[in-house]
Design a protein around this ligand. Structure first.
Ligand code: NA7
Length: 535
C-alpha cells in the first residue's frame, strides 16, 4: 500500500493546529492534520460540560490574523460559553476551508524519525501511517484527562463523566442527585451551573482554590461597535502584557502602599470583570510572600462575606497556598451556591473518599447515593499529551526518555535529538501561561517564518543544539524560581497525585512572560536562527 507523504504533519486540530495549517498552506507546503476527535476545536471540542466558558475576554481570545474573521464574527458575551467558542472555530474552519486537510478520528500513536530519509513516519491508532519531513505538535497543554485514582471507580451504575471528556449527547442532571469531585477551574464552573437545577449537589473538595468573580455580561450594541472599532488596540495591548491578557500588572508594589491605598485597588479589581485581580495586581503579589499574604487575606474576607455559614466559609478558604499561586478559577455566584439548601460541601481533609460504589461514593464518615458523578479532576498537564505519543527521534531515543528528568527545550519549540519536530504549546513556551490564542499566533507565526527561511535556502533539517537547549532550560528554571507558584503543588508545577510518578514538582511553564519570549524568538529569527543546526 502506498504511504501518504506530506511536507508537514500537524497533530491536533484545536486552535493552534488550525492556524498552523492555514499558515503552512500560505508557504506552499502540503500538510495533513491528524485529530483524535471526531471534529475540530480541541479544548472546546472535548470540554463541553455545563458551565464551560472563557475566563479571557472573548474579543481578546479570538484569532487576530484575519480582518475578515474579525469583521464577520460578533461575540455575544464578554466571556463566551463553550458552545459559542466551538461555533466560532467552526466558522473559522469554514472561512479558511480547513477541513479538507484535517483527518478526524485519527489518534497519533507514534512518530519515528528516519535519519537516512530525513523523514518522520507517523503511525495512527487504527494502523494507518503517513510520512512527512516536518511534524508539528498542536496537542494542547490540558488535553489528557485524568480520572481520580479511587477504588471501585468502574463499579458506579450511573453516568460517571470527566469534564474533559463530556459527551455530545445531553447528560441529565436537572432534578438528579449529583456528585462533583474536584474544585479547580472546571469544577467551579460545573458546580455553579448544575447547582441551579440539580435536586441535590454534593461537592467533594480536597483542596479549596482561590476563586474570584468573573462579572460576565452580554455585549450590547454599543460595546460591540467599540470592540470592532478597537481590535488593533485590543491586540496591541495584549501583546505587551505578561500573559497576553487585557489586564496589565500595576507597576507599584503592594508593600509600598498604605493599607487604605492597596485595599482600594483590590476592591476595584474584585469588582471588575475578568482576570484583573490576578493579572492587573501589584507587581509584588506573585513573588513576595508578604504581599501575597495581604492579598490572600483580602480575598479570604470576601469569601467570608459571601458564605452565610462561617465554618463552611473557612473550609472554602485555602490555607496551603496564597492567592494566584495556582490557577485562579473565575466564578459567578460560586460561593453563594453553598448558601443553597440543595448544595453540600464534603471536605475530604476531614473524611477522605474510600471508594466509589455501585450507588455512589463512600467516605470514611458516610455513604452517599448519586445518579451522576462528575470528575472535575484535571489533566496530565503540559507533558501528558506528549507522553501519550511515542516520539522516537534521532538515535532512537524517545521524547519521554529525553524528558525523564523534566522537559528540556529550546524556546519551548524544539528539542535536541528530534530534528524537524516542533512543539507548539509545549513545555517551556509562553503559551502554557497565556491567553492562549495570543501566544499560539505568536508561535505559529514564528515557526512559519523559520520554515519559510528553510524553504528559501533549501534547508531540510532543523534541530536545536544541546547548548541552546541547556541555556533556554536554565533560563526557564530561573524565571520559574522567582515566582511563588513554583513552591506550590498544582498542574502549573506538574504535580498530579492520580498519576504515578507525578508527585514531584517539575518546571513546565515559562514564567518570564510572553513579551520576553517573543523578544527572544524574534532576536533568534533576526540573527539567522542561532541555536539551531540547519542543513
Ligand atoms: P485542576 O485545576 O487540576 O483541578 C482538579 C481538581 O480535582 C482539584 O481540585 C483536585 O484537588 C481535584 N482532584 C483530583 N484528584 C482528586 C481525587 N482523587 N480526589 C479528590 N479530588 C481530586 O483541573 P481543572 O480541570 O479544574 O482545570 C484545569 C485547567 O483547565 C484550568 O486551570 C483551566 O486553565 C482550564 P487537589 O487540588 O489536587 O487537591
Amino acid at each position: 500500500m502506498e504511504i501518504a507523504q506530506y511536507d508537514a504533519i500537524i497533530i491536533g486540530a484545536g486552535i493552534s493546529g488550525m492556524y498552523q495549517l492555514h499558515r503552512l498552506r500560505g508557504l506552499g507546503l502540503s500538510a495533513r492534520v491528524f485529530e483524535a476527535g471526531d471534529d475540530l476545536g480541541g479544548t472546546w471540542y472535548w470540554n463541553r460540560y455545563p458551565g464551560c466558558r472563557f475566563d479571557s475576554e472573548s474579543y481578546s481570545y479570538g484569532y487576530s490574523f484575519s480582518d475578515d474573521i474579525l469583521r464577520e464574527w460578533d461575540w455575544s458575551e464578554h466571556f463566551a460559553a463553550q458552545p459559542e467558542t466551538l461555533r466560532y472555530l467552526e466558522f473559522v474552519a469554514a472561512k479558511l476551508d480547513l477541513r479538507r486537510d484535517i483527518q478526524f478520528g485519527s489518534r497519533v500513536e507514534s512518530a519515528a524519525y528516519d535519519e537516512g530519509a530525513n523523514l518522520w513516519e507517523v503511525l495512527l491508532a487504527d494502523g494507518r501511517s503517513a510520512r512527512s519531513r516536518i511534524v508539528i505538535t498542536a496537542v494542547g497543554a490540558l488535553s489528557t484527562p485524568v480520572l481520580p485514582a479511587i477504588e471501585g471507580i468502574e463499579s458506579f451504575r450511573g453516568p460517571a463523566i470527566h469534564t474533559g471528556l463530556w459527551p455530545r449527547e445531553p447528560v441529565e442532571y436537572a432534578g438528579r442527585r449529583v456528585a462533583v469531585i474536584g474544585t479547580g477551574a472546571s469544577g467551579v464552573q460545573v458546580i455553579q451551573e448544575m447547582a441551579k437545577v440539580a435536586a441535590h449537589l454534593t461537592v467533594f473538595q480536597r483542596t479549596p482554590n482561590w476563586c474570584a468573580p468573573l462579572h460576565n455580561s452580554p455585549i450590547d450594541a454599543e460595546s460591540q461597535r467599540r470592540i470592532h472599532a478597537t481590535y488593533p488596540e485590543i491586540f496591541a495591548r495584549c501583546r505587551e502584557t505578561f500573559g497576553q491578557f487585557l489586564h496589565d500588572s500595576d507597576r507599584r508594589n503592594a508593600l509600598d502602599l498604605s493599607p487604605t491605598e492597596r485595599e482600594a485597588v483590590w476592591e476595584q479589581l474584585y469588582a471588575e470583570p475578568g482576570f484583573g485581580i490576578w493579572m492587573a495586581n501589584f507587581r509584588d503579589v506573585l513573588v513576595s510572600e508578604e504581599a501575597n499574604r495581604l492579598l490572600s487575606n483580602f480575598v479570604a474576607r470576601k469569601i467570608r462575606e459571601r458564605v452565610n455559614d462561617p465554618a463552611l466559609a473557612e473550609k472554602l478558604i485555602p490555607t496551603d497556598h496564597g492567592f494566584g499561586t495556582r490557577r485562579v478559577p473565575l466564578e459567578t455566584n460560586y460561593y453563594e451556591v453553598y448558601n443553597q439548601e440543595n448544595v453540600r460541601l464534603v471536605d475530604l481533609r476531614d473524611s477522605p473518599i474510600q471508594r466509589i460504589t455501585p450507588d455512589g461514593i463512600q467516605t470514611a464518615a458516610e455513604d452517599f447515593a448519586f445518579d451522576l458523578i462528575v470528575f472535575a479532576t484535571g489533566f496530565d498537564a503540559v507533558t501528558g499529551a506528549f507522553d501519550r505519543i511515542e516520539f522516537r527521534g534521532a538515535a532512537s531515543r524517545t521524547l519521554k526518555e529525553a524528558w525523564a528528568d523534566g522537559p528540556r527545550t529550546y524556546l519551548g519549540l524544539q528539542v535536541p535529538g528530534f530534528p524537524n519536530l516542533f512543539t507548539l504549546v509545549g513545555p517551556h513556551n509562553s503559551a502554557t501561561f497565556c491567553n492562549i490564542p495570543r501566544c499560539i499566533e505568536q508561535n505559529v507565526d514564528w515557526l512559519s517564518g523559520l520554515l519559510a527561511y528553510a524553504k528559501e535556502r533549501g534547508i531540510t533539517r532543523i534541530e536545536a543544539s544541546e547548548k541552546a537547549a541547556d541555556e533556554w532550560t536554565e533560563h526557564v528554571h530561573a524565571a520559574a524560581g522567582r515566582m511563588l507558584f513554583s513552591k506550590v503543588n498544582s498542574w502549573f508545577t506538574g504535580v498530579n497525585r492520580n498519576q504515578p510518578g507525578h508527585d514531584q514538582r517539575r518546571v513546565l511553564l515559562y514564567a518570564g512572560g510572553a513579551p520576553a519570549h517573543r523578544q527572544r524568538c524574534d532576536e533568534v529569527a533576526r540573527d539567522g536562527y542561532p541555536g539551531f543546526l540547519l542543513r
